[in-house]
Design a protein around this ligand. Structure first.
Ligand code: CTP
Length: 436
C-alpha cells in the first residue's frame, strides 16, 4: 500500500484544493491530510485564516478524499508524521517547489501543479472589512491600532479623543478628521474604547444604541447596575460587548488555565496576582488621561482569581492608598478574598513597584508565572521534587492584543470565542474596581 501525505490550511475550501487532493490521492492508495492549526501566517505576517480549525477539518472530511485527517500543530511535525504514519510520498502544490526537498531523506517528495487563478487569499479579500473606530488617548490605543495591521478583515475608521495624549503621529493626524464621538460612530461598525473609565458608560451606551459592536478596555463601566444595563442592551440588539483584557486572549494564559482545570497542581487553594507600574505622578502632576491603579491593573489581576476560584467569594479585605487631594486616584490597592475553599489576593500599583508575578498554589504543586505575568509566554509548574518541575513556552504575538481583536471579530461573525470573558466575571471586576 502506498501512503501519501499532504498539508495545507484549506481555508474556504476551493477548487484548487480539491484538484490537489484528487491528484494527491491518485499518487497512492491511502491519503493523509494534515490541516494546519496555526491561524497566524508567518510568511505574510497576518492572522489570515477566515475559518476555524473545526470548520476547515470538516470541509476536508466532507470531500471524502482523505483516509485520515491530522492536525499540524508544531514546526518540525512533518518529519514526525512521515515516520509515524510510514508515508511513502509527501506532496504539496508547486507554489512550494523546492521548499520541502529536505523531506526526501524520509520519503519521496512530489510537487503538483498549482491551479491557477484561485486561492483562499483571493476568496477572503471579497469579505467586507470591519471598520473599527478608536476611542481614547493612551499608549494602548497606539498598540491596538498597530495590532489591527496583523489581523485580516479589520480596518481603522478613525479616532476620537478628548486630547492627543500619548497618541502617535498617525493617530494624531486622524484626530482632525473626526470632530465628535457621533461622527466616529457614523463611520464605524465597531469601536475599541480605551478612554478614561469614567467616560466608558456613556460611550459604550451610545455605541450600542447605534447598533455598533464594542470592545472596551476593562472596566467596561464603574457600577454593576450600569454594566447590567449595557449587557442587556447589547444582548437585546444582538451586539457584541467584549471585555478588553488582553491577557485573557493570550495562548500561554489559556493553556495555563486548561492545565489547572486538568488538575496539574491538584486542588487550587490560593491565587496571588500582582501588577504594578512606576509612573511619574504627584498630587501636582496627575495627567488627566492617566488611569488610577485599580482601573489600570485591577481587571488584569482579578482575571486569574475569578477564572480559577470563581466569583462566589465570601468576604474581602481591602487596603488602598490614594493620592493626597485625589480621593479617586489610588496609588496602590491590595484586596484579599476569602472563599469557602481557598483564598486569593490582588495587589496593584500605579506609582508603586512590586514583583509582578502570579502564583497559583495547589495540593500537588504550584504554578509560577514570572513578571510581567500578564505578558507572559512562559510559566512553570513546580512540585516538591524539583526534577518533576515542568516549563511551558508559548508564542506571544502583540501582547495578546491581536488575539483579542481576532476573538472580537469572530464573536461579531457569530462564532464562539472559547477564551471570552464571561459577563459574570466582567460584572464582579466592576464591583471590585468601581469602589476605590
Ligand atoms: N493549492 C493548489 N492550487 C491552488 C491553491 C492551493 O494546488 N489554487 C494547494 C497548495 O499548493 C497546497 C494546498 O492546496 O498544497 C493547500 O493550500 P493552502 O495554502 O491551504 O491554500 P491557498 O489557496 O494557497 O491559501 P492562501 O491563499 O492562504 O495561500
Amino acid at each position: 500500500m502506498t501512503k501519501v501525505i499532504t498539508y495545507g490550511t484549506y481555508d474556504f475550501l476551493h477548487e484548487g484544493h480539491l484538484r490537489l487532493l484528487r491528484r494527491a490521492k491518485a499518487l497512492g492508495d491511502y491519503l493523509i491530510v494534515g490541516v494546519t492549526a496555526e491561524d497566524f501566517d508567518k510568511s505574510r505576517g497576518k492572522i489570515n485564516v477566515g475559518q476555524s480549525l473545526m470548520e476547515r477539518v470538516e470541509a476536508i472530511r466532507q470531500t471524502g478524499l482523505a483516509d485520515k485527517i491530522i492536525i499540524e500543530e508544531y514546526e518540525g511535525q512533518k518529519i514526525d508524521d512521515i515516520r509515524r504514519y510510514e508515508a511513502d510520498i509527501f506532496t504539496v502544490g508547486s507554489d512550494w517547489e523546492g521548499k520541502f526537498d529536505y523531506l526526501n531523506e524520509f520519503c519521496k517528495v512530489v510537487y503538483l501543479d498549482r491551479t491557477e487563478g484561485i486561492s483562499s487569499t483571493e476568496i477572503r479579500s471579497h469579505s467586507q472589512e470591519l471598520r473599527i473606530g478608536l476611542v481614547g488617548e493612551t499608549n494602548i490605543v497606539n498598540k491596538f491600532k498597530n495590532e489591527c495591521g496583523y489581523v485580516n478583515g479589520v480596518e481603522i475608521s478613525g479616532i476620537y479623543a478628548d486630547s492627543p495624549g500619548m497618541l502617535d503621529g498617525e493617530l494624531k493626524g486622524m484626530l482632525e478628521n473626526t470632530d465628535s464621538y457621533d461622527a466616529l460612530l457614523e463611520k464605524s461598525d465597531a469601536v475599541y474604547i480605551a478612554s478614561n473609565p469614567k467616560d466608558h458608560y456613556l460611550q459604550v451606551k451610545k455605541a450600542i444604541e447605534k447598533g455598533i459592536h464594542v470592545v472596551c478596555e476593562s472596566p467596561i463601566c464603574l457600577t454593576t447596575e450600569d454594566f447590567n444595563e449595557l449587557h442587556h442592551l447589547a444582548s437585546s440588539k444582538g451586539l457584541v460587548l467584549m471585555d478588553g483584557i488582553k491577557t485573557a486572549y493570550s495562548l500561554a494564559f489559556n493553556r495555563m488555565m486548561l492545565l489547572i482545570k486538568g488538575g496539574i497542581i491538584g486542588d487550587v487553594l490560593s491565587v496571588d496576582a500582582t501588577c504594578t507600574s512606576l509612573t511619574d505622578i504627584s498630587p501636582q502632576n496627575l495627567p488627566s488621561h492617566l488611569w488610577n491603579s485599580i482601573c489600570a491593573w485591577g481587571p488584569t489581576a482579578l482575571l486569574p482569581i475569578f477564572k480559577i476560584l470563581g466569583t462566589d467569594y465570601r468576604q474581602t479585605l481591602r487596603f488602598s492608598k490614594t493620592i493626597q487631594g485625589h480621593d479617586d486616584f489610588d496609588l496602590f490597592t491590595k484586596v484579599s478574598f476569602l472563599y469557602d475553599e481557598g483564598v486569593a489576593s490582588m495587589k496593584v500599583g500605579q506609582g508603586v513597584k512590586s514583583e509582578g508575578e502570579l502564583v497559583i498554589s495547589g495540593t500537588k504543586g504550584y504554578i509560577y508565572v514570572p513578571a510581567p505575568w500578564w505578558k507572559t509566554d512562559y510559566f512553570e509548574a513546580r512540585f516538591e521534587n524539583p526534577s518533576d518541575n515542568r516549563r511551558f513556552f508559548y508564542q506571544l504575538d502583540g501582547e495578546g492584543i491581536r488575539y483579542m481583536i481576532l476573538s472580537f471579530l469572530n464573536l461579531i461573525k457569530g462564532k464562539k470565542a472559547y477564551n471570552q470573558i464571561p459577563s459574570s466575571i466582567s460584572s464582579k471586576i466592576i464591583q471590585i474596581v468601581g469602589t476605590v
